[in-house]
Structure formats: structure tokens, C-alpha cells
Ligand binder design. Structure first.
Ligand SMILES: Nc1ncnc2c1ncn2[C@@H]1O[C@H](COP(=O)(O)OP(=O)(O)O)[C@@H](O)[C@H]1O
Ligand SMILES: N[C@@H](CCOP(=O)(O)O)C(=O)O
Length: 324
């Protein structure tokens, strides 16, 4: 379910008329995604902007005041050769508009599919593109703090409360203590850029072994580049439920990354802890969503235990997972 708001053909037609993209031909709701409403829009087209677009209506989690950061980042990265969709600006030059009290943006459609079970070759490509993205983001002029760091994970879990966590799974309350421990030891001086921080397979479009698009930059922020690599490692190198680690996929990801941007010694040494922080970030948001999502919501809830298994793996295996 990823169409939370119904928009009539007339409303959509009037909206599309605000852009230099021709007239509306069709608009189909997109089933994937959980945060926003998305439509695949086709128009009669224009030479400058083409004929296929993604229309996004921002529904939850995103602070509208931060949209200029997220949309400006897409334009900056696309202009610098990253496989990232650019935003289509309306006739007044704005990258977002308000519609029925919600912000909307029209975004370039890029081809490709999200892979279910990545191969090492696909993972290597993602590592390479992630490192290129970090390099190209260095000179983006705007900044955004990471509001989902390990201190935040510890706070979110504590706010959920031991009883509610216990009701989801008996292993979850202990995560509060683990999050505090990881937060206390969190490295402060690793090299930074703007990071994606949610680069799961469903946020990467691929054509075979080539990355055709990185999408969904709505958690992007300034933070350690090695942390972004750790998030991507946690997202790509395991079966979805976190039970099976795929060492060849994990190794290929890091090799691909280092082919563009070799890790410094302190970054490599930090990876086991960064990966634990990454797992805790998704344990905490998933636990919070599990508790907050109404029982009748048409959304597939994500299981925090998928990332408790990853966390336990990273704590058990230590630095061997990331050995060169
Ligand atoms: N620029 C794009 N080009 C092609 N497809 C896209 C693009 N942006 C989003 N999509 C499609 O829409 C789906 C949901 O988008 P996403 O931004 O991940 O939504 P959410 O923020 O709700 O998770 C993606 O899985 C993909 O299929
Ligand atoms: N990748 C996160 C959820 C974030 O949702 P998205 O649809 O906005 O990418 C997770 O798996 O918990």
C-alpha cells in the first residue's frame, strides 16, 4: 500500500499543467513503498523533461521544511553524474508544491528493478555507486543532522518501554542497554559526507548488474561515510529475516566501495560497531512502528527481529566480517 490519498483525474491534470511536461495521459498508483504516496505519471511530454515521472505526495515522517534539502540533493547529485532522479521544477521554478494541504514533487522516472536476492556482482556495483555518491555529495552546500543516530535509537527504544518491547519479542527489551552501550562508544571523528542512510535493495533500481538509480533519499543527512557503508552492508548481505549472512555479497559490497574510495584504517576498525549502530537504527524504528501502526492500517509491518539477528551476528563475529 503506497497510495494513502486518492487524487481525481481533474486534480492530477491541473497539477501536471503547472509543469512543462505536456498533458496528463495516465497516472497509476505504485504499490511499493511505505512512507509516501507515489504515482507513475505519463504525459504527452516535452523536449526538456520527457514523458514519464514519479509523482510523490509526502504523507508521513518527512518534515516539509526539510524538503528543499532532500530535493536539492537529488538535483545536485544528478547534475554531478550520479544515477539519481532529478526533480522537475514547476513553471515558477519550485521543486515542490502544496496540494490539498500536502507537499508534492514531480521526479524524473528512471528505469530498473529492485532486486530481491542480490548477487555479489550487483552488490559490488552498489558499493561502487555508494562511494561515488559520497564523493559527489561533498560539495553540496546544505546540511542536515542525523536524527536517527545511536543516541536516538536508545531514546526511541526507551520511549517504547520494556513492556511494549517484551510484547513484540522477549529479546527486544535488552536492546535498550545495547543501544546505550553502542552510543557511548560511537566514533566521533570519521570522515563525513552526506549519506543516504537507508540504502536497502528496495531503494536501488538495477538493470542487470548496473545500478540505474538510487532513490528515496528522505533519511539523507551529514554523517560518517563508513556508517552508510555499514547500513548498506546490513541491508544487502543477509537474507531478509537476518538468519543467513551472505559473506560473498558483503565482501563484494566493500570491495566495490573501496575500488572508488579506499577505507582508512580507523574506518575499517569502526565497521563492527557502526554495523551494530545500523542494526539498532532499524530495530528501534521498526519497534516504534510496530507499536504505533493501527491494527487496521494497510501497511506490512516490518519485523524488528530481522535486525536483532543481524545485531547479534555483528556482535558475535566482530572484525572478521569486515576483514580485507
Ligand atoms: N525516480 C524513480 N524512478 C522509477 N521508479 C521510482 C522512482 N522513485 C520511486 N519509484 C518507485 O516507487 C516505489 C516507492 O518509492 P519510495 O521513494 O521508495 O517510496 P517510500 O518512500 O514510500 O518507501 C519504488 O519502490 C519504485 O518502484
Ligand atoms: N528501510 C527501512 C524502512 C524505511 O522505509 P522506506 O520505505 O522509506 O525505505 C526498514 O527496512 O526498516
Amino acid at each position: 500500500m503506497a497510495v494513502y490519498t486518492q487524487l481525481s483525474a481533474e486534480v492530477l491534470g491541473d497539477l501536471i499543467a503547472q509543469y512543462d511536461v505536456g498533458e496528463l495521459v495516465s497516472a497509476k498508483g505504485i504499490a511499493e513503498g511505505v512512507s509516501n504516496s507515489n504515482w507513475l505519471v505519463e504525459t504527452t511530454g516535452s523536449a526538456a523533461n520527457g514523458r514519464r515521472f514519479i509523482l510523490t505526495m509526502y504523507e508521513r515522517r518527512i518534515d516539509i521544511a526539510e524538503l528543499p534539502f532532500f530535493l536539492g540533493l537529488l538535483d545536485h547529485l544528478a547534475a554531478n553524474g550520479c544515477p539519481v532522479p532529478r526533480t522537475i521544477h514547476d513553471r515558477s521554478g519550485a521543486s515542490s508544491r502544496m496540494l490539498h494541504g500536502k507537499a508534492v514533487a514531480l521526479i524524473e522516472f528512471l528505469p530498473g528493478v529492485s532486486v530481491g536476492q542480490p548477487t555479489p556482482a550487483q552488490s559490488r556495483s552498489v558499493g561502487r555507486v555508494l562511494a561515488e555518491m559520497h564523493a559527489k555529495a561533498q560539495d553540496f552546500s546544505e546540511t542536515r543532522a542525523n536524527d536517527l543516530d545511536p543516541h536516538a535509537s536508545a531514546r526511541v527504544l526507551a520511549d517504547c518501554g520494556e513492556e511494549a518491547l517484551q510484547a513484540i519479542d522477549p529479546a527486544l527489551p535488552a536492546m535498550i542497554g545495547v543501544a546505550n552501550e553502542v552510543a557511548e562508544n560511537w566514533p566521533q571523528d570519521l570522515p563525513q559526507s552526506i549519506i543516504h542512510s537507508d540504502l536497502f535493495p528496495d531503494n536501488v533500481l538495477m538493470l542487470g548488474e548496473t545500478v540505474s538509480a538510487l532513490i528515496d533519499f528522505y533519511f539523507a543527512c551529514n554523517d560518517a561515510m563508513a556508517y552508510d557503508l555499514a547500513v548498506t552492508h546490513a541491508a544487502w548481505s543477509f537474507s531478509g529475516d537476518g538468519r543467513d549472512f551472505r559473506p560473498d555479497v558483503g565482501r563484494a559490497l566493500i570491495e566495490g566501495y573501496e575500488a572508488v574510495r579506499p577505507l582508512a584504517q580507523d574506518e575499517r576498525e569502526a565497521l563492527p560497531l557502526l554495523a551494530q549502530g545500523a542494526a539498532l537504527r532499524f530495530i528501534s524504528s521498526r519497534a516504534q512502528d510496530w507499536i504505533d501502526t493501527p491494527a487496521d492500517a494497510l501497511v506490512t509491518k516490518k519485523d524488528p527481529m530481522d535486525f536483532v539477528r543481524r545485531l547479534e551476528f555483528y556482535r558475535r563475529e566482530g572484525k572478521d566480517v569486515f576483514a580485507a
